[in-house]
Design a protein around this ligand. Structure first.
Ligand code: SAH
Length: 346
């Protein structure tokens, strides 16, 4: 069987391959679309426009395997968590979050994570390995097929790279996956529907502009270097100051905001002083702050602040003229909320 995954072969590369065999372009696009959107579960043995020989050639020249849905859990609020098994037996999770008629799909970029953030369940696992581009795309394709399985046809979803892993630590694969997702017939995803969330992994952040124009979310979590280093050990090497310096080199505007994520840990980083320092720290940028109240997990060392404190923190930021949203927690009854993904279906 071929090692080249069909689900990371871009339209352009598929065209080159197709023409290389001496065939005229046209039907290749319809075949690719059908395979990607699930119309064909595998390469069909017959096709009105394509010869049997060529169909066979396609079937044997590419690998069509997708991450296997090992388990699927639905929460009471409609959130669905998928546990995928990869070819080597490793497992990763994706989550589909319903917002009105549209889903947001939260995808993983690595099995485990190397960042070891103090408050994150995934971080307790360490990094197992980077995902391949087709394993990232494959999560999307499988979840999207599942959401469509009753012929429901929900609107094309948004994608957030907020599952397991630090996406910018797996830059090449992330880049390929995003290029594939935004350029393949049958997917029709715009770069603005995709958000990459990062802890500020500098080697990747410095290459930000190599990516299609997707949205950036920075997990800040504290405006103070010392405290951030305690929460996010990587801050020692890639400090707030350095992150801001890199962000300063890019253009941001009214239609291109930075999302700063701020995890609220009860009694740790939720004071008025923190809110004021946070506002000052992000002042140079057109941005939006996403407040994420901590989601506890088994054995977690932090606590979630009260709803009242979350509202208070928000109002402190608003006083400083910072646009702020509180992220609604979804799927926490099945450990599918932010930071709860650690392959522990229980
Ligand atoms: N590595 C990326 C993606 C991680 S998950 C990043 O750091 O941005 C997406 C968000 O969930 C991050 O902001 C992360 O800090 C946050 N998060 C992690 N653990 C959490 C928890 N237990 N409760 C709430 N949010 C959490």
């Amino acid at each position: 069987m071929s090692e080249v995954s069909f689900y990371s072969t871009t339209l352009e590369d598929f065209e080159k391959w197709w023409q290389g065999l001496g065939h005229a372009l046209g039907p290749h696009k319809r075949l690719q679309r059908g395979l990607v959107n699930g119309l064909y579960p595998s390469v069909p043995s017959e096709h009105p426009e394509i010869s049997r020989e060529l169909l066979n050639e396609v079937a044997t020249s590419f690998d069509f395997s997708l991450p296997n849905v090992f388990e699927r859990r639905a929460a009471s609020d409609g959130t669905i968590k998928y546990l995928f098994e990869l070819k080597d037996g490793l497992k990763v999770e994706s989550v589909a979050l319903p917002f009105h008629k549209k889903f947001t799909l939260c995808l993983s970029s690595q099995a485990g994570c190397a960042m070891a953030c103090e408050f994150c369940f995934t971080g307790t696992q360490g990094l197992k390995r980077h995902l391949e581009p087709h394993e990232i795309v494959g999560q999307y394709i499988q979840v999207w097929r599942d959401l469509n399985r009753n012929g429901d046809h929900p609107m094309t979803p948004n994608i957030v790279f907020m599952g397991q892993g630090e996406p910018l630590h797996n830059f090449e694969a992330l880049k390929k996956a995003i290029e594939y997702l935004t350029s393949t017939p049958g997917l029709a995803l715009g770069p603005r529907q995709i958000t990459v969330s990062t802890v500020g992994y500098l080697p990747g952040l410095k290459r930000w502009e190599e990516l299609p124009p997707v949205n950036l979310a920075i997990s800040l979590h504290s405006p103070f270097e010392k405290e951030r280093t305690k929460l996010i050990p990587m801050n020692r090497a890639y400090s707030i100051e350095k992150i801001m310096e890199v962000l300063n080199g890019y253009e941001w505007g009214r239609r291109k905001l930075i999302n700063f994520e701020y995890l609220l840990l009860g009694g740790v980083n939720d004071s008025h002083e923190h809110a004021k320092a946070l506002a000052k720290c992000i002042e140079p940028f057109p941005c939006l702050v996403n407040l994420i109240p901590f989601n506890p997990y088994p054995g977690s060392p932090f606590k979630r602040p009260s709803d009242q404190r979350v509202e208070e923190f928000k109002s402190w930021l608003v006083e400083e003229k910072v646009r702020t949203m509180v992220r609604v927690t979804k799927g926490d009854d099945i450990l599918a909320a932010c930071g709860q993904l650690a392959n522990q279906f229980q």
